[in-house]
Design a protein around this ligand. Structure first.
Ligand code: ATR
Length: 291
């Protein structure tokens, strides 16, 4: 791998969010560009809450190749773009923007990232899966749409704040009526035992509070089930350890993080990253991974 060299022809890609200092995107994207031998540099920009439209104006003037958007701007960015993809529109959030002929086009690669992660880690898609999603935020919505678009049998949504789960279910029902339902606490264990795929999309158990779990400890995980996290730090959450101890096959959020980054890069550079390159990128990232 030749290291990124900055010269007169180096293009800029960046991340807009607040905060951004803990983001791994620069680490991942700069490795991707190096491996692909493309002259790009990726930097993080922390944007103040009243400065988003100014930042976008600036990026237009600088003719950047594109950028990522993260919390808290994934929804707010939409009104500042010229076009958005049908999937980003359906999810209601944009995490990737490409400059094309002076126009800013928004995409969502989170749902694609989850699809590729599931396929890479388990060897299969979502066909026929009975899915339980824990959480009802932006990540839950992108992942639910990913499962539904890829022919899962049905989805149940459980969330600490009931109203938010109900709102997400009602929203998804517009396009996927009959396959989405709300899961209340009293039927949670029954739903867990009948699910083939259980996904934690909440932040409970991440590095800021490793002892938290989004549900209680008495959960009937079992062999034959798949449990997945979108958390990658720590590499095993308390809930993931519990699922593992009961025989469920588990994977964490690392692969989703990597795959959504790959999809963003492919959009910016209009180039497919082949499997052997993905493997090289994955191992280089893991070498620099400290957890
Ligand atoms: P994101 O866009 O990353 O999904 P979000 O929209 O803030 O982030 O959603 C975070 C999700 O994690 C929510 O479903 C939240 O539950 P509430 O709606 O009840 O707030 C869930 N969550 C966060 N911390 C949690 C905890 N300690 N226990 C259970 N759920 C938690």
């Amino acid at each position: 791998m030749s290291r990124n060299k900055i010269d007169g022809g180096t293009g800029l890609i960046c991340l807009l969010g607040n905060p951004v200092t803990k983001s791994f995107s620069p680490q991942i994207q700069n490795i991707i560009s190096s491996v692909m031998n493309v002259n790009l540099i990726y930097l993080n920009f922390e944007i103040e809450h009243n400065q988003l439209s100014k930042a976008i104006e600036g990026l237009r003037a600088l003719k950047v190749k594109g950028f990522n958007v993260t919390i808290p701007y994934k929804e707010k960015i939409i009104e500042l773009l010229d076009e958005i993809s049908p999937e980003a529109k359906e999810i209601g959030a944009v995490n990737t923007v490409k400059m094309e002929d002076g126009k800013l086009i928004g995409y969502n690669t989170d749902w694609l990232g989850y699809y590729e992660a599931k396929l890479t880690c388990t060897g299969k898609g979502f066909e026929g899966d009975s899915v339980l999603i824990l959480g009802a935020g932006g990540a839950a919505k992108a992942i639910a749409i990913c499962c539904l678009k890829n022919n899962c049998a049905n989805i149940m949504i459980y969330n600490r704040t009931i109203e938010k789960a109900e709102e997400l279910v009602n929203n998804l029902m517009k396009n996927y009526s009959g396959r989405v339902n709300f899961c209340s606490i009293d039927i949670l264990n029954h739903v867990i035992s009948h699910s083939t795929l259980i996904i934690n999309t909440t932040s409970a158990g991440n590095y800021s509070n490793v002892n938290l779990m989004p549900i209680g400890e008495e959960v009937p995980f079992k062999k034959g089930q798949i449990f997945s996290e979108i958390i990658y730090n720590p590499s095993e959450t308390k809930l993931m350890k519990l699922a593992q101890s009961k025989g469920a096959f588990c994977f964490n959020g690392f692969e989703m993080l990597l795959q959504q980054a790959i999809k963003s890069w492919e959009i910016w550079c209009n180039k497919k990253i082949e499997l052997d390159k993905i493997e090289e990128i994955r191992s280089l990232i893991k070498e620099t991974w400290t957890f």
